[in-house]
Design a protein around this ligand. Structure first.
Ligand SMILES: C[S@@+](CC[C@H](N)C(=O)[O-])C[C@H]1O[C@@H](n2cnc3c(N)ncnc32)[C@H](O)[C@@H]1O
Ligand code: SF4
Length: 409
């Protein structure tokens, strides 16, 4: 697949969608973590103010294209969205509710150091109902190795404040398979988060993208990365802890307390991305904005969309992308494939899934496909083999060049 430097013709694209999701990227952080692959730069107030204005301009352009199509999912990610809590986040949210037909609640990422009681009240008053924070580890030596700017006691206090603040769902991210991490530490982190009362835990193994500082250290042999079997062992420990505490698996890496609406970034298959580096997937086209904040702002100040790369998607690619995300969510109804593509799921994918069912990786009752815990893990390892490579190429190139000629995946 080749993404080209081309702004797709967007007229008419939105008439083909019934509903869409919105993603807003805030590319600022108070410090840069050595392992983090996301698009971000150090927060500067003046740049943030210009960025907020540019985001509003981008919304206005799309508002005219989207019309009153319902927006049924809205996610603010980063970087760290809470860096702009007092520098325009409220303005952005007001604008978004005016520009689009919002029929959903707000999900937002945050940094534990921003979660004072006062800030939590402000976040709630802005209408955020689902809050996520990067806890990452619950042992001081791991926090230090990850260069996180807090201690275990401080981050636990932040989690407790968020849990008490009255959100519908509080999600804590942790990273496992850290260098030298023991199985006992993984179990301790899981149990501690349950004890603190979080509604959801997203536990990711440490990914090492080649363009991050930690990625370069691993490749130079100065840091090591756990193998797939060790990761499997750790994930099994977390499954045990969370299932025992009444959580259920809601995606490959997430466990949600039963009965709580899950915190997640993608709830509808088609989405529009706003902000530097945000991607949009509109049925037959995928495109991504420039990663460079200054170029993103300049494009919008000049009245241009900041789209850097795009690719038109064939019917087969759209179907493969659909299956990729359903596997990620770990269960799906086959009828949703028919609704989306007008084709029988088994006729298209049956021959690929049947062997997986024989090996116990998934259960197929004719109507619904559900991955087993083994299937969830191994299919994701497979997906990762491709996606980390794809994402690494797309993000690595886009970070280096604001307007690349093309990226071949
Ligand atoms: C945008 S950050 C979360 C919000 C905030 N910026 C923070 O760090 O607290 C998204 C999450 O991705 C996860 N993450 C980042 N880099 C990762 C990596 N290399 N491997 C695995 N997970 C990673 C972390 O769990 C992190 O909390
Ligand atoms: S992990 Fe969070 S705080 Fe650290 S650089 Fe990435 S987005 Fe920023």
């Amino acid at each position: 697949m080749t993404l080209e430097k081309r702004v797709p013709d967007l007229a008419g694209r939105f008439t083909k969608v019934d509903e869409l999701g919105l993603y807003l990227h805030i590319p600022f952080c108070r410090q840069i973590c050595p392992y983090c692959p996301y698009n971000k730069e150090l927060f500067r107030t003046e740049v943030a103010r210009r960025y907020v204005r540019a985001v509003k301009q981008e919304m206005d352009i799309y508002s005219a294209l989207v019309g009153d199509k319902p927006v049924t999912s809205f996610y603010i990610g980063g970087g760290t969205p809470t860096t702009v809590l007092h520098t325009g986040l409220g303005e952005i949210l007001e604008h978004i509710f005016r520009a689009f037909n919002m029929r959903c609640e707000i999900h937002m990422e945050s940094h534990p150091n921003d979660l004072t009681e006062e800030n939590l009240r402000t976040i709630r008053s802005l209408g955020v109902k689902h809050l996520s924070m990067g806890v990452e580890a619950l042992q001081d030596h791991h926090l230090k190795a990850l260069e996180r700017p807090y201690s275990v006691d401080q981050v636990k206090a932040a989690v407790a404040r968020a849990v008490d603040a009255g959100f519908e769902c509080v999600n804590a991210d942790i990273i496992f398979a850290l260098p030298e991490q023991t199985l006992a530490e993984v179990e301790e982190s899981g149990r501690e988060l349950v004890r603190l009362g979080v509604d959801q835990v997203a536990a990711y193994p440490l990914f090492t993208f080649p363009y991050t500082r930690m990625g370069r250290e691993v490749r130079a042999g100065r840091n090591h990365n756990s193998g797939v079997l060790r990761r499997r062992e750790m994930l099994r420990i977390l499954e045990g802890v969370f299932y025992e505490a009444g959580y259920e698996r809601t995606s490959v890496w997430a466990f949600t307390r039963r009965g709580v609406p899950k915190y997640c970034s993608v709830t509808v298959p088609l989405y529009l991305g706003l902000g530097a580096s945000a991607g949009s997937y509109l049925r037959d086209v995928f495109y991504v904005n420039t990663f460079h904040v200054s170029e993103y702002i300049s494009a919008l100040e000049e009245g241009r969309l900041p789209i850097a790369l795009s690719v038109e998607l064939s019917g087969r690619t759209q179907m493969a992308a659909w299956l990729y995300w359903r596997i990620y969510e770990t269960r799906f109804k086959k009828s949703t494939f028919h609704q989306r593509f007008g084709r029988d799921f088994d006729a298209v994918f049956g021959r690929y899934l049947r062997p997986l069912s024989w090996f116990g990786l998934l259960h197929d009752d004719g109507e619904e496909v559900a991955l087993s815990d083994e299937g969830t893990y191994w299919l994701h390892v497979l997906e990762d083999l491709f996606s980390i490579d794809y994402v690494g190429k797309l993000w690595g190139t886009s970070k280096r060049e604001p307007w690349p000629e093309q990226v071949v995946l």
